[in-house]
Write a protein that binds this ligand. Sequence first.
Ligand code: ADE
Ligand code: ZN
Length: 327
Amino acid sequence: MTVLPHAELHLHLEGTLEPETIFTMAERNRIDLPYADVADLSSRYDFSDLQSFLNLYYANMATLRTAADFAEMTDSYLARAARGGVRHAEVFLDPQAHVTRGVALEEVMDGVTTALACSLERHGVSSGLIVAMLRDHSAESAMQTLDAVLTLGTPLLGIGLDSAEVGHPPSKFVDVFAKARAEGLHVVAHAGEEGPPSYVWEALDLLGAERIDHGIRCLEDDRLVHRLVAERVPLTVCPLSNVRLRVVADIADHPLPTMLAKGLNVTINSDDPAYFGGYLDDNVTAVRDAFGLDQATLTTLATNSVDASFAEPSRRTALLAEIASAT
Ligand code: ADE
Ligand code: ZN
């Protein structure tokens, strides 16, 4: 199902590893998986919360060993995303999750950046990389990671903050985000997924976050909503993720319509599509069908995604023209 041209702004590359790919890579790298087969693995995708998902997400990364594995993962995502209408992608990568299990940072970055470098030519998707810091690791580890990717000279759009949210407030990472900003990088942060609205305030005030990933719990704080609306801070919302991780009970209970009605700058994204039941087009289709969204609203969501991206001005203009001509 193709939807209007979009920019995808909240996508974890490691969350695009499909069960079949996990088995192919495990075989190639001679890694024993603790699952009988693809069906057995897939049967474990019934998550109770963010942590229950993260446990499986990190475990399955063990199958990624070589630059070729990272390149294949990235290229497969770009191909699938392009088929669903994605025309620009700003993707997250969790280097700490690979380096801590003995994979060289060079191997990780080489694979991902090689695939991203030809994304426009191969798939018609412009792209950029956001290195996400694991908030349940130390601030020192995040600083070492930033220093290491800067030393490598990896082409980088910015840094983000992800992993287990509750108990790991943005305030823990003030120094690393200040350094990233001083280096001219963009900064974004997951906040208000499972964590409280105070984490969104901290991400804005202490980290200088330009976008908030998820952010749906902002609705519990009227003053915060007022600020987000006034400053047009983009919120990268992931509806199917929110259902699968039980942030909301059902797609029909998702606060997207309320967020739009309040004038929040919402975009639709897929988060970890291989785990949550769909890519960007599936997410757009799910909310369109659940809420009967009209064409004007779908156009707003697509336009918001391009406006909220860090794409070059000429690329933004081209994508906005594509959206306008498709409606
Ligand atoms: N890492 C991968 N997916 C994530 C999510 N939805 N929230 C926090 N960290 C993540
Ligand atoms: Zn995420």
